[in-house]
Design a binder for this molecule. Structure first.
Ligand code: ATP
Ligand code: MG
Length: 331
């Protein structure tokens, strides 16, 4: 059966694109009774200079957000990476199974290392740690964005290298990439680009923590075009189609239904309707985020239980790994 692993960096609040494109899919997999492991990868967040109190806050924010979005800790395994030390341990072992040129050519490394004068070793090893995350749980499926494809390919390479050198132990892992018009949420300001955390213009992005007033404001100012009726045509009318797509997602109605029901509306009126729908959909999520954040002890408890579940699997994998490598004195 499938084992699904996904890592998410504790970057504070999530936006509507992360929610519709990633988190909601995890909750659907969970509903379908799939084996889902979700890891808040805090050790991946220190490869570039960071602010410690902010990191801590962001870990809690991410955990609260995932729970509010419907991640069920009784069904899925939700935990924080640094609480399971086997991630760092396997990372070390895997680092001897790949080469420096292979890591140096990865696009994300090339792009990020260009921005700093002295490149941290952690930035370089980052994708090896990512492979360790996946392999510890013997994951077979990894939901990721298209920009992570090369990292999954590195994990596949490490899995093959390990299995070849030390005997079959890890299953093949495949990326689950679903990037099409319907799963990509676009920036409200520049509908030629996707909605993104790193967008310089905050008006392009709807955060799950935005107030209803702010959400309405952002949707009202969303860039559309000079045609006033509502149609769905992502290539010709990306701005309006993005609103239709968001509307369809948050109401669970088909694109056709949403468009049909907007027949008599102009763009301004339609934006009001979309804003209402988004606000209604996000309201309970925002309330739950605040509820979880207000109860830090409970949140810690949930994460510790998750770490315990994860540790059991990770420790089992690591003892097998050490045995295969001839490390230590047991076996
Ligand atoms: P950054 O700009 O820093 O890359 P991001 O907004 O792209 O941030 P990520 O943390 O890279 O967010 O992505 C987390 C998850 O959300 C990934 O699975 C990614 O595919 C998904 N995702 C990100 N942006 C969108 C979007 N606009 N529409 C749909 N899915 C998205
Ligand atoms: Mg991204």
């Amino acid at each position: 059966s499938r084992k699904i692993f996904s890592g998410i960096q504790p970057t504070g609040s999530l936006h509507l694109g992360n929610y519709l494109g990633a988190v909601r899919k995890w909750t659907h997999l969970q509903k379908a009774r799939e084996n889902v492991t979700l890891c808040i990868v805090d050790m991946h967040s220190i490869t570039m200079p960071h602010n410690p109190p902010m990191l801590r806050e962001n870990i809690f924010m991410m955990a609260a957000t995932l729970l509010a979005c419907g991640v069920d800790p009784a069904q899925s395994t939700l935990f924080v990476q640094s609480g399971v030390m086997e991630h760092a341990e396997l990372n070390w072992i895997l680092s001897s199974l790949t080469t420096m040129p292979r890591l140096a050519q990865l696009p994300q490394f090339k792009e990020k290392s260009r921005r700093v004068k002295d490149v941290p070793l952690g930035l370089y090893v980052y994708p090896v740690l990512q492979a360790a995350d996946i392999m510890l749980y013997k994951a077979t499926h990894v939901p990721v964005g298209a920009d992570q494809l090369q990292h999954i390919q590195l994990a596949q390479h490490l899995i093959r290298a390990f299995n070849t050198r030390y005997g079959e132990m890890f299953p093949e892992c495949s990326p689950m990439i679903e990037e099409n018009d319907a799963s990509r949420v676009l920036s409200l300001r520049e509908p030629s680009k996707k909605m993104s955390k790193s967008d310089q213009d905050p008006r392009g992005t709807i955060n799950l923590s935005d107030s209803p007033e702010l959400i309405r404001e952002k949707i009202k100012k969303a860039v559309t075009d000079f045609t006033s009726d509502i149609t769905y045509s992502p290539s010709m009318r990306p701005g309006v189609s993005n609103l239709v797509n968001i509307h369809s997602h948050v109401t669970d109605e088909s694109i056709a239904t949403v468009v049909e029901e907007a027949k008599l509306l102009d763009t301004a009126k339609y934006k009001e309707r979309v804003a209402d729908a988004v606000i209604e959909h996000l309201r309970p999520i925002r309330e739950k985020i605040n509820m979880h954040l207000a109860n830090e002890r409970e949140l810690c408890y949930v994460l510790e239980m998750g770490a315990e579940k994860a540790r059991k699997v990770a420790q089992h994998t690591m003892s097998e790994v050490k045995q295969r490598l001839g490390l230590g004195i047991s076996g």
